[in-house]
Write a protein that binds this ligand. Structure first.
Ligand code: NAP
Ligand code: G3P
Length: 487
């Protein structure tokens, strides 16, 4: 493993600084083990504060030139990066399988989706226009006053990504940031950093100039506070837990942020729903990548009248999910990222059962594998009703009517997405209008894509809006130049 992916690329133990992969000055390294078999995959430097300073300084300097380049020129680099990603799909998806325990199909789909994302970013940026406003529409204004509204980059963007999509959620920050003329300090999740560094290497090979992307590695708990409060960071684009997001938001003070955080997406199933469609989507939405997706369905709120039928259909499907090691075959349920996460999920299952939840399927853990678990009769006193498990466990809460479903859905601290399954378009619109979430999916599982759609969380699920054009806009600012014509 190590020989193929890291030595070949010659990036192990290194950092990307000013266009070169160089040895870190740090004498501390972090071992990256595979969640599949605990094998050692590589080591990344735990960078010092001095190294962080140098990386940020280099980005700041490089941004002066980068912001002057043509969008066409930046786009050509992005197209090249997308092509290289596709060429490297076999290697990179193997690395994703080993480093974050993705199943093979999901790993390959993450790489392909990222290449598409990068190309669409270039296409979108090339088609974004400024605008001209005439002054005469406001009282007392005049046609002689004209505002020319253009966009400017923000400067140095800090991109912090989580473990679960080490390639996609890194590129979806880096590509819109650099196409807009920013430079990027990229801090991958430690588990996922080899895949993140691989991606940074692809951008470099595609021709991203020196200093436009620099990498920082090290544990967030050790170096995170220093980086996010650094005075030369102009914008923070973070994806991760609500807990860390809240901390960053608190300590970064005036630095603007874009945050994609945790979720507790509900699937609301009404009595007139197509239950086969609902069951199929709920199982795919809740259990893919073992539920380690922000947008996973994390609870079902079903009307009493159809609850028994729905549970039966879900049970049938959950029992068929294939559990195992993705190196051996295509599986649905992979080992969780670490034992601590699996223990947390097990604790939620135990609490629910202790308080009267009815175990329908699963409930078993072996080290970091949690078997797909379905629990019926979950109520509001159980932690599983509110906590984000980030694991393959789905609680079912039975409700009396639409109003109760909306009330419970909105009681959550999270507000990422929700699904509504119904054949009645009026009910779908009514519920969608009442839910406190960024996106409502009618008759489909909760999911982020297609990636040019707006993607946002409300309440503790996020700040700001992502999605290709939205991300470019978020990482740039409006500049208004007012021309006062001679009378
Ligand atoms: P996490 O523990 O919050 O870590 C996310 C990133 O933050 C990692 O790079 C981590 O580095 C870094 N970090 C940790 N402490 C930090 C600090 N004090 N300052 C700055 N950075 C710090 O999240 P995760 O376990 O990787 O990901 C799972 C969570 O992400 C779930 O809650 C999930 O819902 C959420 N998520 C949300 C979305 C969305 O779009 N809404 C998408 C994916 C995931 P280290 O790895 O070095 O600790
Ligand atoms: O959890 C990360 C987010 O990007 C998930 O995307 O398409 O799996 O919902 P998706």
């Amino acid at each position: 493993m190590k020989e193929i992916y890291l030595n070949d690329l010659n990036i192990e133990l290194k950092k990307l600084l000013n266009g070169k992969w160089i040895e870190s000055d740090s004498d501390t390294y972090i071992d990256i083990h595979s969640p599949l078999n605990n094998s050692l995959l590589g080591k990344v430097p735990a960078m010092s504060k001095e190294e962080v300073d140098l990386a940020i300084e280099s980005c700041k300097e490089a941004q002066k030139k980068w912001k002057l380049t043509n969008i066409f020129e930046r786009s050509e680099i992005l197209y090249k990066a997308a092509d290289i990603l596709e060429e490297k799909i076999d290697e990179l998806s193997e690395l994703l399988i080993m480093e974050v325990a993705k199943d093979r199909e999901s790993a390959r789909s993450e790489v392909n989706r990222t290449a598409d994302f990068i190309r669409f970013t270039a296409d979108t940026a090339k088609n974004m226009q400024g605008e001209i406003l005439q002054g005469d529409s406001f009282k007392g204004g005049t046609k002689d006053k004209i505002a020319m509204v253009t966009r400017e980059p923000l400067g140095v963007v800090l991109a912090i990504s989580p473990f679960n999509y080490p390639v996609n959620l890194a590129a979806s920050k880096i590509a819109p940031a650099i196409i807009g003329g920013n430079t990027v300090i990229f801090k991958p999740a430690t588990q996922g950093s080899l895949s993140g560094l691989y991606l940074a290497n692809i951008f470099q090979k595609a021709g991203v100039p020196a200093g436009v992307i620099n990498t920082i590695t090290g544990k967030g708990s050790e170096i995170g506070d220093y980086v996010v409060t650094h005075p030369d960071i102009d914008f923070i684009n973070f994806t991760g837990s609500s807990e860390i997001g809240a901390r960053i938001s608190q300590i970064s003070k005036m630095t603007p942020t874009l945050m994609e955080l945790g979720g507790k997406d509900a699937a609301i199933v009404l009595k007139d729903a197509d239950l086969d469609l609902a069951a199929k989507n709920i199982v795919a939405g809740a259990y893919s990548y073992s539920g380690q997706r922000c947008t996973a369905i994390k609870r079902v709120l079903v009307e009493n009248e159809v609850a028994d039928k729905l549970v039966e259909k879900l049970k049938e499907k959950v029992e068929k999910l294939v559990v195992g090691n993705p190196l051996e075959k295509q599986v649905d349920i992979v080992p969780l990222i670490d034992n601590k996460s699996a223990l947390f999920v097990e604790g939620l299952i135990e609490d629910a059962i202790k308080k009267g939840g009815k175990l329908i399927v699963g409930g078993k853990r072996e080290e970091n594998i949690v078997y797909p678990t379905l629990i019926d009769n979950v109520n509001e006193k159980m932690e599983l009703a509110w906590e984000e498990p980030f694991g393959p466990v789905l609680p079912i809460l039975r409700v009396n009517n639409i109003e109760e479903a909306i009330e419970i859905a909105n009681k959550s601290q999270y507000g990422l997405q929700s699904s509504v399954f119904t054949e009645n378009i009026n009910d779908a619109f009514y519920i969608a209008g009442k839910l406190e979430v960024g996106t409502v999916q009618v008759n489909n599982k909760t999911e982020r894509g297609p990636d040019h759609f707006p993607f946002l969380g409300v309440k503790n699920s996020g700040i700001g809006v992502q999605g290709i054009r939205y991300s470019i806009e978020a990482m740039s600012r409006v500049k208004s130049t007012v021309i006062n014509l001679r009378k």
